[in-house]
Design a protein around this ligand. Structure first.
Ligand code: NAD
Length: 405
């Protein structure tokens, strides 16, 4: 499908006209147009999804314009109730588009699960412990036994997901960490790295961890407790970068103020938290639109921001020697285009058609670019008119529209 994401004048259309445009460009069926008007989930579907369902709750579905990522135009579906997010990212994408767009990539879709192994009657090896040597020996030999059984454990994990293995995914690696000193004694953690292909993969990995847990206990002589994925999916990083001229931003002074704001986020976690919230404004909106688990993304992003013990911004902005502003982002993005809510939510399926991504990895790369655009929009607003002016003018426009019907 070829189209320009430039969407001149889209902003001035009515919501009905925008839906008509989408229906035409993406060949939407009448039932899909109905889904865009009603929200995309029936009460019966909702009732099968979670517990105690007593109604439906809808949010605006929007399309952000102007994105060029890896030399391809993308329309970005977003679900958010917060004013300025769609306009802000579209505006930032327009600025970046003028200098060649975003370059983005994502690592292989590896999700890691962890299995906690406890050892009854084994003490933490504090210096005065009479069983210091014995404890270290238990953990070290258990560690070695797991590594020696790597192939067997990987095969066992793959056996519960034959279809995924046929698609090229499956268990990739086993590793082990020893925690000698905890307040309840020593423990081992076995990590299972799993390629989840186009799925986010939480259920896939949890099932695989549960499948290898009994053999893990047998091999180590320990007792298995927690068996679940980690949301700190730092083997599934997505990255995006862009370079914009100071002129496109509104001048050298704006570029300089953006870098000042960046450095504040680097040194002050009070600012870093809000800086990263702004990034996630965009990423979460795409996650919700495409039926992805935004809580998982939030957990991963914040844990990654705190990976070195401090809490850091997920983006970087600096000036090139010619005065251009160079931006980049890196964060874990475990997202899928199959499974989860995408299986049943009609608007999530439409969102994926609009995005036209071929893999979960491509979706992660696009979302990284959206996060970077959102951050540029927020920093540029802070460096120029301030955040409230943009927020309030959109708010005023909404009120005006509401009052004129
Ligand atoms: P899922 O359980 O729907 O599994 C994906 C399914 O898609 C599998 O059956 C797989 O075989 C199939 N599939 C078809 N084509 C595929 C392809 N090309 N690549 C990969 N799989 C393909 O979903 P999931 O992704 O395993 O789990 C995601 C769900 O788990 C989300 O709804 C999330 O909210 C939830 N969850 C999250 C957490 C967490 O993040 N901590 C914990 C538990 C559950």
């Amino acid at each position: 499908m070829t189209y320009s994401s430039r969407l001149e004048g889209f902003y001035n259309l009515t919501a009905g006209q925008r839906i008509e445009w989408l229906a035409q460009v993406f060949s939407l069926e009448p039932s899909e147009v109905d889904a865009l008007l009603s929200g995309g989930l029936t009460i019966e579907q909702a009732d099968r999804l979670v517990e105690n369902v007593s109604g439906l709750y809808t949010l605006p579905f929007s399309v952000a314009a102007n994105f060029t990522i890896n030399d391809r135009d993308y329309l970005i579906p977003m679900v958010t109730e917060e004013p300025s997010i769609v306009a802000g990212s579209s505006h930032a994408a327009k600025i970046v588009r003028a200098s060649g767009g975003f370059h983005a990539s994502a690592e292989d879709p590896i999700l890691v699960g962890q299995i906690q192994v406890m050892f009854e009657g084994v003490e933490s090896p504090y210096e005065d412990s009479p069983r210091l040597v014995e404890t270290i020996e238990t953990l070290r030999s258990s560690h070695a036994k797991i590594i020696a059984a790597r192939a067997e454990l990987l095969e066992q994990a793959n056996n519960v997901h034959p279809n995924l293995v046929k698609r090229g995914g499956g268990a990739r690696d086993i590793s082990v960490r020893e925690f000698f000193h905890t307040r309840i004694g020593p423990m081992l953690v076995v990590y299972l790295a799993f390629d989840t292909r186009d799925a986010m993969g939480a259920n896939l990995v949890n099932t695989a961890c549960e499948a290898i847990a009994p053999r893990t206990a047998e091999l180590t002589g320990g007792r298995v407790n927690v068996r679940i994925l980690t949301n700190l999916s730092d083997r599934r990083l997505a990255r995006a970068a862009c370079r914009v001229t100071a002129d496109a931003l509104g001048g050298a002074e704006v570029a300089r103020l953006i870098v000042e704001a960046q450095v504040l986020a680097e040194v002050d976690r009070y600012r870093a938290a809000t800086h990263n919230k702004g990034i996630l404004n965009g990423i979460d909106a795409v996650a919700v639109a495409t039926g992805n688990d935004f809580r998982a993304l939030e957990a991963g992003a914040h844990a990654y921001a705190a990976r070195d013990g401090g809490y850091r911004p997920l983006t970087n902005w600096e000036l090139a020697s010619n005065g251009d502003l160079i931006g980049s982002i890196e964060l874990p993005l475990a997202v899928g285009i199959v499974g989860g809510l995408t299986r049943i939510h009609q608007v999530a399926q439409i969102a994926l058609r609009i995005l036209d991504v071929q893999s979960g990895q491509e979706l992660a790369a696009v979302m990284a670019a959206v996060g970077l655009a959102q951050n540029l929009a927020a920093l540029r607003a802070l460096a120029t008119e301030g955040i409230q002016k943009g927020h309030m003018s959109l708010h005023a426009r909404r009120l005006e529209r509401a009052s004129t019907g």
